[in-house]
Ligand binder design. Structure first.
Ligand code: ZN
Ligand code: ZN
Length: 255
């Protein structure tokens, strides 16, 4: 029963149904690495920080990515490898325009096959329908029908992605999102796109032991003030906390 779970308000934690306890991860030294990232961002103003100025991709510049008041969440996971060496993982929350693999950043959780074969075609269809809705603005009856069609495709896309999203935890267990999500009710879209889950999933696959996690926002602050450039934020309650109990499971037993 999920109703009996205690409210959770801290940085990175979630209730684990298997163990019946809350698993958590402190900030540790990750915030220091986050601040280094921000210093770097201030200087280079682009996502491909490993590339030289000459090699830099213009489509990964913040001027391009942060148009229309957009900004993004970024995350840093401070880890130890099995030999005790420090490994720092970095993640950006999922970007529009299909930016997925960039050197120096952990990859997305869902596979390239899912992206190429399901997400991209559906997104293209949704975009085409949006154009059609604009073109039929003078004909409300037709526009309503196209809107319904767009909603159907968009819901189908979310459901397919959710069906195939597979998480790995620190016991080496793998489970699909629907078997992991610990809140009752509908699973929101975009679960697994945030930095925390991307970082933890990658660390588990690489057999790294996480020591600290920090997530910060970069880009124009949101009008409501809910996100301010340079500030650190806890993992979100809506999408991340319900999966973090599973994802963090086994973390305390890693040597
Ligand atoms: Zn989140
Ligand atoms: Zn557990």
């Amino acid at each position: 029963m999920t109703n009996a779970e205690p409210p959770i308000h801290e940085t990175c934690m979630g209730f684990c149904r298997t163990c019946g306890v809350v698993h958590s991860l402190p900030e540790g030294r990750a915030a220091d690495h986050g601040r280094e990232m921000m210093d770097l961002f201030s200087r280079i103003r682009r996502l491909d920080y490993l590339a030289s100025d000459e090699e830099a991709d213009p489509q990964l510049s913040f001027d391009y990515l942060f148009q229309e008041g957009r900004g993004h969440m970024f995350g840093v996971l401070d880890c130890l490898d099995p030999e005790g060496n420090q490994v720092v993982l970095r993640a950006f929350s999922s970007l529009r325009d299909g930016v997925r693999h960039i050197a120096g950043w952990v990859p997305p959780i869902h596979s390239d096959e899912l992206w190429d074969e399901v997400v991209l075609p559906a997104q293209a269809e949704i975009k085409a329908l949006t154009r059609k809705i604009h073109a039929n603005a003078h004909d409300p009856a037709t526009a309503v029908g196209i809107r319904e069609e767009r909603k159907r495709i968009s819901r189908g896309l979310v459901a397919t992605v959710q069906d195939q999203l597979l998480f790995t935890n620190f016991r080496g267990e793998q489970r699909f999102l629907r078997d992991v999500f610990s809140n009752s009710g509908d699973i929101p879209g975009g679960v697994g796109d945030c930095c925390g889950p991307k970082l933890l999933n990658h660390a588990a696959l690489m057999r790294l032991k996480p020591m600290g996690l920090a997530e910060f926002y970069w880009g124009a602050s949101t009008p409501s003030g809910s996100r301010v450039q340079g500030r650190f934020y806890p993992c979100c309650q809506e999408k991340c906390q319900p999966i973090l109990g599973f994802m963090l499971c086994g973390i305390d037993e890693l040597s």
